[in-house]
Design a protein around this ligand. Structure first.
Ligand SMILES: *Cc1c(COP(=O)(O)O)cnc(C)c1O
Length: 407
């Protein structure tokens, strides 16, 4: 029996450069010549395979990267974008017209939340925000105008886990498109295999992994991706969030090591989550049996990649959170920075940073507390050494009792 393994799918792709290079050549052109005028016309109409027209539409480098990401997600094809938001907003605008309605998880990336809450209503696209883990509530929010069910596999920043199989069944029943942002769980979860229609990533995070660029991708059917790129009414083509070919080529090279990195992120995060929890800290990590969706995640996952690199702890107050993050940064245990998926551990207090678009009242409602610290655990070689150093920071500022004072 052959079981789908996303890293094997990537490994099986072989691209040579123009001169036999081991990496595909970078296409350093914005526009392309045609041998005949007829071919140019047909290309405009979208009727020619393998012909390039203009780089906002597609480039060889962008197609290589898109193909690799589609292979990873098990979709027919994909379209890369200049950022995660540059993938998300055209996807939503392609699927929804004025008058349409979206049901979305309420715990999503701050920028996506702001787009759905503040911007899409200007185009008369309304969104109901729901607790995505409560299927009855999700279904009750669907109305006759609903076109899209939107969620993140693992939500930002609370690490809620969406039951994608159940949500896909709901989407099917009501004839909706299930759109899943899989940024937090590449390789570990394969949403298309669980029934999602469209899968989005911010490549900025784990997939590129070196915190040196922003990028995004939409993975889906050939028909849907063609519609995004349509010269007459495609949202990606017309809004123009185009990735540069040079960048596509560098992201593709980083994608080649994603499986090794994800395994190390997951191993390190699991180690720290278990230790922090045993120390009595309120710890949220999908790999812990105490996580409310631990079983849902376990049922969905490709086991060898683990439960991912993201965890949160709650240290009680924003002051303590800030004190701890500053001290850990001074000790070179990580950086006080937003974003995730870097070789170095990154930490931030989501309420004041990445989720600041969400009104305070709603933050409280969804369990986003002041003392919450979100960690993107790095690739540390010796995670026990890191843990001991983090623990002594926590003891110094009184978040954990020292062995002596505990007596
Ligand atoms: C960062 C992020 C985005 C936005 O991606 P950009 O590359 O910053 O535009 C979207 N969704 C999630 C879950 C993210 O973490």
């Amino acid at each position: 029996m052959s079981i789908f393994n996303p890293a094997d799918e990537i490994q099986d792709l072989q691209y040579f450069g123009e001169f036999g290079g081991v990496n595909p050549s970078i296409s350093d052109s914005s526009t392309y010549t045609f041998l005949s005028a007829k071919t140019m016309f047909d290309t405009f109409e979208g009727n020619t395979d393998g012909c390039y027209l203009y780089s906002r539409h597609s480039t060889p480098s962008n197609l290589h990267l898109g193909e690799a990401l589609a292979a990873m997600e098990g979709t027919e094809t994909a379209n890369v974008a200049a950022s995660g938001m540059g993938a998300i907003t055209p996807t939503i605008l392609q699927l929804c017209q004025a008058g349409d309605h979206i049901v979305s998880s309420r715990t999503i990336y701050g920028g996506t939340y702001a787009f759905l809450k503040n911007f899409a209503p200007r185009l008369n696209i309304q969104t109901s925000f729901v607790d995505i883990t409560k299927l009855a509530i999700v279904e009750a929010a669907i109305n006759e105008n609903t076109k899209v069910l939107y969620c993140e596999t693992v939500s930002n920043p609370l690490l809620e886990v969406a039951d994608l199989e159940a949500l896909a069944a709901l989407a099917k029943k009501h004839n909706l498109k299930l759109v899943v942002d899989n940024t937090f769980s590449p390789l570990s979860i394969s949403p298309a295999k669980l029934g999602a229609d469209v899968i989005i990533h911010s490549l900025t995070k784990f997939i590129n992994g070196s915190s040196d660029t922003v990028g995004g991708v939409t993975c889906g059917t050939q028909d849907f991706i063609d519609s995004l790129r349509n010269v007459n009414d495609g949202a990606s083509m017309l809004l123009g969030p185009t990735m540069d070919s040079l960048r596509a080529s560098s992201v593709l090279k980083n994608l080649r090591t994603l499986h090794i990195r994800i395994k190390q992120h997951s191993t390190n995060a699991m180690y720290l989550a278990k230790k922090f929890e045993a120390d009595g800290l309120k710890t949220v990590y999908p790999g812990l049996t105490s996580h409310p969706s631990h079983e849902v995640y376990t049922k969905m996952m490709n086991p060898e990649y683990g439960y991912g690199g993201m965890l949160t702890i709650d240290v009680g107050s924003l002051d303590k959170a800030n004190e701890l993050m500053e001290l850990m940064q001074n000790r070179n245990l990580g950086y006080l920075a937003v974003s995730l998926g870097f070789y170095k551990t990154l930490f931030s207090a989501p309420g004041t940073s990445t989720s600041s678009e969400i009104p305070l009242e709603e933050q409280k409602d969804m369990g986003l507390t002041d003392g919450l610290i979100r960690f993107s655990i790095g690739l540390d070689n010796n995670i026990e050494r890191t843990y001991l150093a983090m623990k002594s920071c926590m003891e110094e500022i009184g978040i954990l009792k020292t062995e002596a004072s505990a007596l």
